[in-house]
Write a protein that binds this ligand. Structure first.
Ligand code: DAH
Length: 340
């Protein structure tokens, strides 16, 4: 009886071990057969009732079954562990000999690129590059440029005023004043920089943008000189024919003043958000320096004259690269910036 039970236990357990497809299943089969309350433990209990001669022979069998099962169990367990380890190694394998991913070198912002090009052009024409503060005095930003306290032009420039009475410069024109006062005539200078206006932001307006101011003061400077420099500037930037128009424009610091517009290069003149559907973009306001401006900077307007222009660098970058939304320029999105 017991002998049959032992043989049956051996057969069934080996079959269960063989059928197990995971460590858990294998363990379950082991506990069922060899565990403290397993089949083998139960069979052992019946041993007490046996005659001594039977005990000896069946005891041998019992030990042999137990040993067989344990050996087979250890064997299967080891195989499971090995294949589990192999699977993990295959999954988590890293080729440490691969080269590290490359570091992308930075690139210059499109406005910086354009600014540097224009700086090269004007230095080749004998202009100095000047810098001025972004926090300006009211005097430099308005008064010295012939914009008196009551002048409507102060409303035109929606200004960020600071609590100490200073302001964020609304244009690069105050650098003209600084240049004239520091160096005196004759003077050829440009001043690229960041300017600020209290604007509602949309596709063509930003509260922060870039201009490039230019000024030449000398004896007998005329509109012809002005037009020559503006044409040189535009053909050097666009390297292609652009349609321009010159119309009278009013700025308190120039007389006469002009608006130089170019045919919108985003829509080729058919109308878009950037040119406000007009087909033209104001790019280069300019004029002959107003005598009052020369005078407040200690230059005698009877002896000296000059021209000045205020190039919209941000807008120019948009025209040149076909950018139809000004907000992208300061958005910091590398997918956008790395295209240039
Ligand atoms: N400062 C003017 C602005 O930001 C632009 C400007 C117009 C500058 C005429 C000039 C100029 O030098 O002559 O709107």
């Amino acid at each position: 009886m017991l002998e049959q039970k032992l043989e049956e236990l051996r057969r069934a357990t080996l079959a269960a071990f063989a059928a197990a497809i995971s460590l858990e299943e294998l363990e379950e089969a082991r506990v069922g057969a060899l565990g403290r309350k397993g089949t083998l433990a139960q069979i052992s209990k019946e041993f007490g009732k046996l005659a001594p001669a039977e005990k000896a022979s069946l005891g041998k069998l019992l030990n042999a079954v137990k040993e067989d099962l344990e050996t087979d169990y250890q064997d299967k367990k080891q195989r499971f562990e090995e294949s589990e380890l192999a699977a993990r190694l295959a999954k988590e394998w890293i080729d440490v000999t691969l080269p590290a991913p490359g570091i992308r070198p930075g690139s210059l912002h499109p406005i910086t690129q354009l600014q540097q090009e224009i700086e090269d052009l004007f230095t080749s024409l004998g202009f100095a590059i000047l810098d001025g503060p972004e926090v300006e005095t009211e005097e430099h930003n308005f008064d010295a440029l012939n914009i008196p306290p009551t002048h409507p032009a102060r409303d035109m420039q929606d200004t960020f005023w600071l609590s100490n009475g200073h302001l964020l410069r609304t244009h690069t024109s105050p650098v003209q004043v600084r240049g004239m006062r520091q160096f005196g005539p004759p003077l050829r200078m440009i001043a690229p920089g960041r300017v600020f206006r209290n604007e509602e932001v949309d596709a063509s307006h930003e509260h922060t943008f870039y201009q490039l101011e230019g000024m030449m003061v000398d004896r007998e400077v005329s509109v012809a000189n002005l037009i020559y420099f503006m044409k040189t500037l535009l053909s050097s930037i666009f390297k292609r024919d652009v349609t321009v128009r010159l119309r009278p424009g009013y700025f308190p610091f120039v007389e006469p003043g002009f608006e130089l517009d170019i045919h919108c290069l985003i829509c080729n003149g058919s109308g878009c958000a950037v040119c406000k559907q007009s087909g033209w973009v104001e790019l280069l306001p300019c004029g002959l320096v107003h005598p009052n401006v020369l005078r407040t900077s200690n230059i005698d307007p009877d002896e000296w004259g000059g021209f000045a222009f205020g190039l919209g660098l941000t807008r120019l970058a948009m025209m040149r690269y076909g950018i139809d939304d000004i907000r992208q320029l300061q958005g910091g999105d590398l997918r956008f910036l790395t295209q240039f």
